[in-house]
Write a protein that binds this ligand. Structure first.
Ligand code: BG6
Ligand code: MG
Length: 223
């Protein structure tokens, strides 16, 4: 039976709904460039770095863009995103998340953040959850983005916990892939059709609970 020694959270779309702000900022940029962009296309961007997301969007265009134009477009999206996150406050923690994070800490389980975002530090400060996280690994600290496992493996290393004793929580397909590639137990938050590779898929964060997680892990062991 796997004993949970650490829980490593994704940020955008797991702890708070900034995934929606990333969507809105990309959507505005795509509209401006006359590139078709909808929520279903956005699913594959979730978890990807800013530059990787932009590349996928621009692939939908007939036009070619220079490196300098791409840099400006990425910057424009980020400025819009940063405007949107200015109003983030502890009220924006997703349902049940704070309770779960506290429950986990109280159980003596270590906690970490594994985010692809360069804005992660700002967001967790605004949410006031910094004290509930023993380590924070963001895009600035790793070379390879999700679905590469580096960000999750780095967080586990910093916590001094073998990845086989870690649970990762993600809302993105690329993120679930990263967790599995790291050798961790994967919890997916959202729709089964996007997160089929996760060990446990729950529709939203209100379903998070340490007891139900442990029960699911022990059920999986018996199967
Ligand atoms: C991830 C989001 O957390 O961060 C992606 O899921 C986003 O949608 C990525 O593109 C990079 O974020 P930022 O803030 O560095 O542009
Ligand atoms: Mg996410």
């Amino acid at each position: 039976m796997m004993e949970i020694e650490a829980i490593i959270y994704d940020l955008d779309g797991v702890i708070t709904d900034t995934a929606e702000y990333h969507y809105l900022a990309w959507k505005a940029l795509a509209d401006e460039l006359n590139i078709s962009f909808d929520r279903s296309f956005n699913e594959q961007l979730k978890g990807l770095s800013r530059v990787d997301s932009l590349e996928l969007i621009l692939q939908q265009s007939h036009q070619t863009y220079t490196a300098e134009e791409k840099r400006q477009l990425a910057e424009k999206k980020n400025e819009h995103y940063q405007e949107l996150i200015q109003k983030v406050s502890p009220n924006d923690l997703l349902p049940g998340v704070e309770l779960f994070m506290k429950e986990v800490k109280q159980a003596g389980i270590k906690t970490g953040l594994a985010s692809a975002s360069k804005n992660a530090q700002t967001v967790i400060e605004r949410l006031q959850v910094t004290n509930l996280l023993d380590t924070v690994v963001d895009a600035a600290k790793v070379e390879r983005g999700k679905p590469d496992p580096e960000v999750f493996v780095t967080a586990a290393k910093q916590l001094g916990v073998p990845t086989a004793h870690c649970v990762g929580i993600e809302d993105a397909s690329s993120g679930v892939k990263a967790i599995k590639a790291a050798g961790m137990y994967a919890v997916g938050i959202g729709k089964e059709k996007y997160l089929a590779e996760a060990d446990w898929v729950i529709p939203d964060t209100s379903h998070l609970g340490l007891n139900s997680l442990e029960m699911k892990i022990s059920e999986d062991n018996q199967a």
